[in-house]
Write a protein that binds this ligand. Structure first.
Ligand SMILES: NC(=O)c1ccc[n+]([C@@H]2O[C@H](COP(=O)([O-])OP(=O)(O)OC[C@H]3O[C@@H](n4cnc5c(N)ncnc54)[C@H](OP(=O)(O)O)[C@@H]3O)[C@@H](O)[C@H]2O)c1
Length: 285
C-alpha cells in the first residue's frame, strides 16, 4: 500500500515509519511542509499520487498548553482530523486517526470500553473528542484508535524525563493517584500495521497490557535501568497543581481489539525493557 502519515516527525510518527516502511510505501508529512488545519493545502498535497491509506498521527499534544491555547488545540485536534476525513472521503481510502484516554473523565472504577460515554475534562481531551466526532460523522471508513501514556524513541516522554531527572536529583515526587497503561510507540505501530490488514472499521482502544500509577511506573523504570540512588516519593495530583485536569483512571479495555481476534499487546514491563535497551545518551538529555 502507499500510506500517508501526517505528524510523521512526532514520537508515534517515527514508530509508524519504522514499522510500516518494511511492507509499504510511505510518504510522511509534518509541519512546516504540511499543516493539517489547511484543507486546500491538504487536498493539493494528497492529490499528487495514488494513495491507499492515511494515518493521522499529527496533534497538538501539549496537554497543559492546550488549556491556554484552546483555538490552536481545536484547530489541530478537531479541524485537522475533519479535514483529513474530507480528503479520505474524496479519495475513497481509509483513515486511521489516533485519539486518547483523555476523552474520558477518569472517574470509572473499571477500565474504559470503546462504548463508554466520553466526558473529557481538559481542553486537550475536548479537542481530541471533537476530532473523533468529525471523523465518525463525515466518513465511515475510519479506524479511530485511542491509546494512553505513550513513550518511545524520538520524543519527549515520561520515561526519558525520569531518567534525566535521576541524573540531576537524589529525590523525586511522582504522582501516585493516576492509573494507566504505559504504551510503547513501536508496539502500537505494530498493532496498527495488523489492524489495517482488514476493513474492520470502528473505534479501538489499543495499549500495552498491565496497569500502574506514574509512581509505580517510575519505580519500574529505575529498577530496570539499574538506578538505585534516587529516593522516589508518592505524591497526589493536587500537589503538582498542573493547569489541565488529568483522568484518575486512564485504563482502556482493549475490548474491540480482542473481539476482532487480535492478541492483547504484551505487558508494559516487557515493552519498557526493550525501550530502555534502545535508549542512547542523547535521548535522555
Ligand atoms: N503522547 C502521549 O502520551 C499520547 C497518549 C495518548 C494519545 N496520544 C495521541 O497519539 C498521537 C501521537 O502523539 P505523539 O506523542 O506522537 O505526538 P507528538 O510527538 O507531539 O507528535 C505530533 C506531531 O504532529 C505535528 N503537528 C502539530 N500540529 C500539526 C499540524 N497543524 N499539521 C501537521 N502536523 C502537526 C507535530 O509537529 P510539532 O512538533 O512541530 O508541533 C508533531 O511532529 C496524537 O494523536 C496524540 O493525541 C498521545
Amino acid at each position: 500500500m502507499h500510506i500517508i502519515i501526517t505528524g510523521s516527525n512526532g514520537m508515534l510518527g517515527h514508530a509508524l515509519t519504522a514499522v510500516l516502511s518494511k511492507q509499504h510505501k510511505l510518504t510522511g508529512f509534518d509541519l512546516p511542509d504540511l499543516d493539517i488545519t489547511n484543507l486546500s493545502a491538504l487536498k493539493t498535497s494528497l492529490a499528487l499520487e495514488k494513495l491507499d491509506l492515511i494515518i493521522n498521527a499529527a496533534a497538538y499534544t501539549d496537554v497543559d498548553g492546550c488549556e491556554s491555547n484552546a483555538d490552536l488545540a481545536f484547530a489541530v485536534n478537531a479541524t485537522g482530523p475533519r479535514n483529513l476525513a474530507v480528503v479520505a472521503n474524496e479519495l475513497n481510502i481509509p483513515l486511521v486517526h489516533i485519539s486518547t484516554d483523555y476523552v474520558f473523565d477518569g472517574m470509572s472504577t473499571v477500565p474504559y470500553k470503546e462504548s463508554d460515554i466520553p466526558n473529557p475534562q481538559s481542553v486537550y481531551g475536548k479537542s481530541k473528542l471533537s476530532g473523533e466526532q468529525h471523523v465518525r460523522e463525515l466518513y465511515s471508513k475510519h479506524y479511530i484508535i485511542r491509546t494512553s501514556w505513550l513513550y518511545g524513541e524520538h520524543g519527549k516522554n515520561f520515561v526519558a524525563t525520569m531518567l534525566r531527572l535521576a541524573q540531576e536529583r537524589d529525590e523525586l515526587g511522582v504522582v501516585d493517584d493516576q492509573t494507566g497503561s504505559p504504551t510503547y510507540t513501536l508496539d502500537l505501530a505494530r498493532a496498527i500495521a495488523e489492524l489495517i490488514t482488514e476493513p474492520a472499521y470502528g473505534t479501538y482502544h489499543i495499549t500495552n497490557s498491565g496497569t500502574c500509577t506514574w509512581y509505580e511506573f517510575t519505580l519500574e523504570i529505575f529498577r530496570k535501568a539499574g538506578i538505585g540512588g534516587v529516593r522516589v516519593n508518592p505524591i497526589t495530583t493536587e500537589e503538582i497543581n498542573r493547569p489541565a485536569p488529568r483522568p484518575r483512571n486512564s485504563v482502556l479495555d482493549n475490548y474491540n481489539w480482542r473481539m476482532q481476534g487480535h492478541h492483547p499487546l504484551r505487558h508494559y514491563k516487557e515493552a519498557l525493557a526493550d525501550y530502555l535497551k534502545s535508549l542512547t545518551k542523547e535521548d535522555i538529555k
